[in-house]
Design a protein around this ligand. Structure first.
Ligand SMILES: [Zn+2]
Length: 116
């Protein structure tokens, strides 16, 4: 039984601040925001990694993740000035929750350095 924090949120066992939800994706506010707007785009079905996700043939869903990022960026008002979309993968990528997700950041001018 997989019970990472995102699966618990999706099952309703943990509270979250959701800004978007459909059958495939949930978008919530990061509890430790790194920018004025910091959202997490999370596939509803559990996948550990991008590799798992693609092995199951979820290429359309991968495209949908980008479409949702665009849609939510408009919804929260960061589309016009711009935003950053990031995925952390694996130990060196700094992934903290073992459930595939994307970070959507904006609300201020982000520096040119993606890593520090
Ligand atoms: Zn999960």
């Amino acid at each position: 039984m997989i019970s990472d924090v995102f699966c618990k949120i999706i099952k309703g066992e943990l509270k979250s601040d959701a800004v978007y939800k459909d059958d495939d994706f949930l978008v919530i506010k990061d509890i430790n925001p790194q920018a004025p707007v910091h959202l997490l785009i999370i596939p509803v079905k559990h996948h550990f990694s991008l590799e798992d996700f693609m092995e199951e043939g979820n290429l359309e869903l991968l495209g949908k993740a980008l479409i949702i990022a665009h849609k939510v960026a408009h919804q929260v008002g960061i589309a016009e000035k711009g935003y950053r979309l990031i995925m952390n993968e694996g130990e060196y990528g700094g992934k903290l929750v073992p459930h595939l997700h994307f970070h959507l950041l904006g609300g201020k001018r982000l520096g040119p350095k993606i890593v520090k």
